[in-house]
Design a protein around this ligand. Sequence first.
Ligand SMILES: [Cu+2]
Length: 132
Amino acid sequence: MIRSKFSVACSLATALIFSVPIAAKADVKDYEFQLVQNEMKKGEAVVVVRLVNKRTKAPVPNAVIFARRIDMAPDGMAAMAEKIEELPSTTPGEYRFKTTLSMQGRWQLSLGAKVQGETGSVESKLIVKALP
Ligand SMILES: [Cu+2]
């Protein structure tokens, strides 16, 4: 299923590359991280994000997350950061992080990643709300 969608995407991409050489060039700006769940109970948490190609809507597996930080900047507490650790992925295109949302309120998850075959890096800031 995934493989066949991928082949279709590849054929389309190839067709585009040959018909519109300039416009079809992939760009690191075509990718973004999205939260799978943007609210969760405070305390120990596993935050799951999906990396997607905005043009094709396809999930993007095997990116290398080289930077990660979680802090309360959205609530004026940028210095209030917690440890964050990447867990093995269980679904292609999804990335999981173990952390502690130690206070109720808004937390900012900052991620930096390299996508296979792309120059530059994807940088995203996502807001997770910790509920009581
Ligand atoms: Cu705080």
